[in-house]
Design a protein around this ligand. Structure first.
Ligand code: NAD
Length: 260
């Protein structure tokens, strides 16, 4: 029996990076997929690759900006009308914003990071949790960051919103555990995705690979993480094998967040 056999899994930010890698891993493990992204073209490409590899998997795609409450309600409604239920929710879409010191941070970018990383995660929970409450079953994985556990230079709104995601995760676990809904967050370190590639470009525009190698050296494992490694952890947390873990912020960072 595969880990997510016939489970209906909703993934936001599914077109690339950690969302796409997790959707692929969920498909490999037998899930039916509802994939959400605001990049319509990349979302269709992601779907095409998944159904080529796993033709037995039913995939619904919905274009939505997670910071738009009506669009979030719509992706939840269309998932329920297509599949009848939501077993797992990978609440993943997020952005980094720009790198700048706190007092110089562009306010429009700051508010955009809050709208997507905090409000987008909250809207998802607001509309998915009632579906799971009726089923008396659900698994939710929010995406925080090591920036949801500690500070990161020049990324104030990112760190603020990721700490908020850690807090929301703990409250969802407290308020809805009695309905069989387990909620956790993952806190990835640097995982090689398009978002992280963009961050290295900002750190060293002339030589982003140098910035990447330098960063990798500070990790106990001397390397960055891979999206598929995150996918495997998330599939466990979305499965019935995860039966008594809730309200936790689980770092996946090669051990780096323990260093002083
Ligand atoms: P990414 O930029 O590679 O991919 C993000 C995906 O989300 C893209 O497909 C993008 O189109 C989509 N997206 C962004 N904003 C959206 C919105 N408002 N509505 C709908 N879709 C939206 O990023 P990633 O590295 O895969 O990051 C995914 C999540 O993991 C984010 O929440 C990020 O903060 C978190 N994270 C990533 C890392 C890492 O090292 N990659 C580390 C810590 C946390």
């Amino acid at each position: 029996m595969k880990k997510l056999e016939n489970k209906v899994i909703v993934t936001t930010g599914a077109a690339m990076g950690l969302g796409y890698a997790t959707a692929l891993e969920a498909a490999k493990n037998g899930a039916q997929l509802s994939l959400i992204d605001y990049n319509a073209e990349s979302l269709e490409k992601a779907k095409a690759t998944i159904v080529t590899q796993y033709p037995e998997v039913k995939v619904l795609t919905t274009v939505a900006d997670v910071s738009d409450e009506a669009a979030v309600k719509n992706y939840v409604d269309s998932t329920v009308s297509t599949f009848g239920r939501i077993d797992g929710f990978y609440n993943n879409a997020g952005i980094e914003g720009r790198q700048a010191s706190m007092v110089d941070y562009d306010l429009d970018v700051f508010k955009k990071v809050v709208d997507i990383n905090l409000m987008g995660v909250y809207y998802g929970l607001k509309y998915v949790i009632p579906v799971m409450q009726k089923q008396e079953y659900g698994r939710i994985v929010n995406v925080a960051s090591v920036g949801g556990i500690r500070g990161v230079m020049n990324q104030t709104p990112y760190v603020a919103t990721k700490h908020a995601v850690s807090g929301i995760t703990k409250n969802a676990a407290l308020e809805y555990g009695r309905y069989g809904i387990l909620t956790n967050a993952i806190a990835p370190g640097a995982i090689l995705t398009p978002m992280v590639a963009e961050a290295f470009k900002q750190v060293n525009p002339a030589d982003p690979k140098q910035a990447e190698d330098h960063y990798a050296q500070s990790n106990p494992t001397k390397r960055l993480g891979l999206p598929e490694e995150v996918g495997k952890l998330v599939v466990f947390l979305l499965s019935e094998d995860c039966s008594y873990v809730s309200g936790q912020i689980i770092a996946i960072d090669g051990g780096q967040s323990n260093s002083y």
